[in-house]
Ligand binder design. Sequence first.
Ligand code: ADP
Ligand code: GLC
Length: 486
Amino acid sequence: MKIAFVASEVFPYAKAGGLADVAGALPKELAKLGHDVKVFMPKYYQVNEYEYDLHYDRYIGEMPVRIGGHIQNTHVFHGYMPDSDVDIYFIHNPHYFHRPQIYTNDWDEDERFILFQKGVIEALQRMHWAPDIIHCNDWQTALIPLFIKDNYSWDKLFENTATLLTIHNIGYQGRFSPETLGRAEINGRYFYPGGPVEMDGGVNFLKAGIFFADMLNTVSPTYAKELLTPEFGAGLENYLRQRQNDFVGILNGVDYSIWNPETDKHIPYHYSIKNTSNKIKNKEFLLKQFNIKFNPDIPLIGIVSRLVAQKGFDIIADAINDLMSLKAQWIILGSGEQRYEDLFNTMAKYFPDKVGVYIGYNNELAHLIEAGADIFLMPSHYEPCGLNQIYSLKYGTVPVVRKTGGLADTVQDWNEYNAYGLDIGNGFSFYEYSGSALLHSVLRAINDFHNKPVWKKIQYNGMIKDYSWHHSAQEYNALYQRTYRK
Ligand code: ADP
Ligand code: GLC
């Protein structure tokens, strides 16, 4: 099949979170299954054409894209995804995309991604390439199904094109004022209370995607169920319910060419399930970076995360005094909301001998924490899939998570499963969203950390499991067939 894969972030070119990891890996895996895949993303300021050998696409040439009646001259760059022959196209418009961050709170954030989406469609037209499937990801791409079915329905090129929308996180919907309707040139007949693009009086990109995409999915089976409830659906649950028959959950995979302790190019000491003895050297190395004394008998707890409420930092804050009084060390990497950055900076200041904090984005350190920590903490309020806990499993770094979304699908609680006589537990999890439940699980983990045979078994259970993309890509393959048949 011919598949256009459209995303607002793709690793290694630009990344804010897990979407980039997915968009950097799944297309290559689909190509291995024999699909003809082309990836599309914006050419942000951060995307360096020399580093990635990208070239101005002369065949496409100058491409005027209309935003609210005004013409924006746009171009396309082309390259190949690393270690593959998968084409990647970058929609180039410096006015919109040359900004310090890939996502902004600027007044024209809507226009930036309207331009991107129209740019993708216009590029397909100029390439005369009719995809069987346009695979959209999150709100930044969720108007494409509507555009294809309405604004561009005159173009026979898309006569047989079907659309799939993957929801990576319903917390981000692309909600704007009613003026956005005109900027996107969306037909006013879709904008009425309760209508396909309207929500609370404004325009909602994700809702439009839920209405117009031929098929929908999200990134884990549990989150797919959760999204149908008011607690998790963020106001869109009823619309998802209406499309329940066209909505499935497919767990994300992992790119083990990047996240694997046997070959990871960012860690100094490699190790494997057969011989984990080097793991502790990474711990020593990691602690040294933060001037924290290495002691093999003190567990090291790692956090790598966007510092936002979704990730459970409120319950960490609630339990912070108790957590800091534990005999444990902490390395925290993240950036996001000021209040959480302040919380961790304060901890590092008061407990310099046990807490190391790095505020910012640092890919190498993210790898080093996965390798060096004993325990990985991820107490998310909600988690569509979550990749870090899956990376942790592979690195023998035992995850402590809240049982929600993809965390529930990947982490089996050691005690709970043991109680059923199954020694398949690979981590620790808790259900109640509270500081005390979190603390209780961290305590259980620390306790078992000191019981070496048990700890080895928990690590083993995590490391043995294969979460590579191969399996999930087969599921997407089946979903594409289903989408196309519709
Ligand atoms: P989300 O997409 O919600 O942020 P995921 O667990 O799916 O959560 O993916 C997060 C990805 O972003 C992982 O690859 C993780 O290593 C990376 N990441 C998050 N914060 C940072 C950071 N501060 N520095 C480097 N990598 C980070
Ligand atoms: C989102 C979710 C995360 C998921 C990622 C990739 O950012 O928050 O849980 O793993 O998308 O699908």
